[in-house]
Ligand binder design. Sequence first.
Ligand code: FAD
Length: 356
Amino acid sequence: MKTEFLLVGQGLCGTWLSYFLEQEQREFLVLDPGNLPNASKQAGGLINPVTGRRLVTTWLIDELMPFAKQQYGQLEQLLISRSTKPDDNLFEERSIIQFFSHPDTRSVFEKRALERSDYLQLPTEELLETKAFDHLHGYGIIQKSYQVRPDLLLTAYKEHLSRSGRLLEKKFEYDRLVPLPGGGRYDDISFDYLIFCDGTGTHGNPLFNHLPVAPVKGEALIVRAPDLPASYVFKGPLTLIPLGNSGYWWVGSSYEWDFSDPYPSTNFRSATEQTLKQWLQLPFTVTDHWAAIRPGSKERRPFVGILEQYPPIGLLGGMGTKGCSLAPYFARQLVQHLLRQAPLNPEANLRRFERN
Ligand SMILES: Cc1cc2nc3c(=O)[nH]c(=O)nc-3n(C[C@H](O)[C@H](O)[C@H](O)COP(=O)(O)OP(=O)(O)OC[C@H]3O[C@@H](n4cnc5c(N)ncnc54)[C@H](O)[C@@H]3O)c2cc1C
């Protein structure tokens, strides 16, 4: 079997990379057994333009936002045309109600709202939804945020790949890779380029052991709170993200840099349930508990590009906490780089790190 691009992994990175290769009508195959850790399926799916206590706009956000809107919209159309799109929207604009924990956080919001009124607004009237929460210090609205449903998107795209014969449900094993000048071979597949989109798989990948990876464990609960209107994302001591109009909510999440296992923990569950009981004034039941490792980098910048020593071997990863916005943007940049030698963002180009 001969292909131009062999991709390892179908998380958000592998999905977007294959989508842009498909748009360019290039030949590719994706290897993913479907039973390895996958951060994308556990993600909240939020694209929030501001971050941290100071509410600074996130890296590249003014480029990422319009790009995400356009590309998720087009991918959704493709999945509709192939009848693999589920009933729920895969992507939509959804404002975030940000509750203030302290009068100081309100002052920061007010100041930043003057500077970035495109994203930050104070409410002009009390929003009914906020009565469902115990809050003392008021709230602001983060608008032009987006919600992606990565779990639904990946499942729909997997079906699309399978139907076109481009998905091989197999695990990639390094010792079966045979690099050749200008290409390589893996089992009976010969390829021109091998691109890893293997999430935390990269962390044990001998080809990339020079990269400063920083895995971050995250946990979330799935709760049913049928009386809470699914109109906003609510951010306070926790983040509540509606899963369509089903009455189910994604409630998260934790950020653990130092962890001993990738599994759901009883500590997270009990602390989160207790916080939610105090904060949300409506009945809820916990129906599921998720945990995954975010494939991050110490510099909080992704790893994108092709290794110097192995010209045909590349990587799209290190998306950390922002895979929903960074994966499509850098997948397209990588495709443009591979096909047209377009430059990669130097802050993301993996050649900023030298192999020993
Ligand atoms: C709790 C939590 C909440 C999050 N919330 C958000 C959020 O709200 N917004 C946001 O933007 N981001 C969020 N993230 C981060 C986001 O999930 C990641 O940035 C993103 O999913 C990384 O995508 P990826 O494709 O690199 O990796 P993954 O999604 O982990 O995919 C890697 C894929 O590679 C495959 N694979 C691995 N090794 C092999 C192998 N040897 N052979 C074949 N296949 C292989 C796996 O099966 C998997 O399918 C969250 C993450 C977590 C854990």
